[in-house]
Write a new protein. Structure first.
Length: 85
């Protein structure tokens, strides 16, 4: 069990933020298997087909907000982010 990677879903619609996350994970060799969804609709489909250990979701997405996904998360730890621009 020690070698098992954490299954993480990043829900982020900003490509720059997606790339920054991927660079960080790779540079630190973090034990994550991750999937990136760029919208509420895409996250909805992914969550229904893949199980995750944790979800990191941007509050404001192009097609809605993170709160629209909370019913799908159920028992999962969720980290909601928001970047002021």
């Amino acid at each position: 069990m020690k070698d098992r990677k954490i299954r993480l879903l990043l829900v982020e619609d900003d490509k720059v933020d997606q790339m920054a996350f991927e660079r960080f994970v790779r540079s630190k060799e973090l034990p994550y298997d991750y999937t990136i969804a760029g919208s509420v609709a895409k996250a909805d489909k992914i969550i229904k087909s893949i199980s995750f250990d944790v979800i990191i979701v941007d509050y404001m997405l192009g097609d809605g907000t993170s709160f629209e996904l909370f019913d799908l998360f159920k028992e999962l730890p969720v980290i909601v982010t928001n970047r002021y621009r």
